[in-house]
Write a protein that binds this ligand. Structure first.
Ligand code: AMP
Length: 191
């Protein structure tokens, strides 16, 4: 199996590059943000709980996220591997993911971390807010909070993977194709 973590701040291009990676390497996408938005759309209890945190740009509590990812892994059969997008976002989630992978006799092969400046992120997210309908993209204060949450709570996750020699940083600015090529080069070394 090939299991990738696609890492980076909100607006780094994780969704776009996930799509490319899924198509090229035939992987199953696990985007915790997308899964939460699906729950919200279906008005499930989990969705109602998550929405309170998401609308403010705060993290949904670890137990809820980890349980949801566990369910998604278990309900997937016959896959080449997973691409985790927007997960893990805390050290507790990273440790839980290692345990989930081990339970399934597999592991995370590598982390791909997209690097984009805060100024560029703000520009991209405000722009996305005009069309995405996402409440958390539509005001500068909420976006600022998400970037702060990323800096304070999520960046330590990169160190966690660095300590396992699994961190690969890639410049997330340039054309979609250029960035995808840089990512593919790294992934190809794990095939
Ligand atoms: P995203 O689509 O990845 O930008 O996620 C949108 C929102 O969903 C985040 O701002 C969080 O409120 C929530 N969320 C998504 N993934 C996670 C996660 N791994 N841990 C905690 N909260 C998450």
């Amino acid at each position: 199996m090939l299991n990738l973590v696609l890492f980076g701040p909100p607006g780094a291009g994780k969704g776009t590059q996930s799509e490319n990676l899924i198509n090229k390497y035939n992987l199953t996408h696990i985007s915790t943000g997308d899964l939460f938005r699906k729950h919200i759309g279906e008005k499930t209890a989990l969705g109602k709980t998550a929405q309170k945190f998401m609308d403010e740009g705060n993290l949904v509590p670890d137990e809820i996220v980890i349980g949801m990812v566990d369910d998604k892994i278990h309900s997937t059969s016959n896959t080449n591997g997973f691409i985790f997008d927007g997960f893990p976002r805390t050290i507790a989630q990273a440790k839980a993911l290692d345990a989930l992978m081990a339970k399934n006799n597999t592991q995370i092969n590598t982390m791909l971390a997209l690097k984009v400046s805060e100024e560029e992120l703000m520009k991209r997210l405000l722009n996305r807010g005009k069309t995405s309908g996402r409440i958390d993209d539509q005001n500068e204060e909420k976006i600022r909070n998400r970037i702060n949450v990323y800096n304070n709570e999520t960046t330590p996750v990169a160190n966690y993977y660095a300590s396992q020699q699994k961190l690969n940083s890639v410049k997330g600015v340039g054309s979609i194709e250029e960035i995808f090529e840089s990512l593919s080069k790294i992934v190809d070394t794990h095939l």
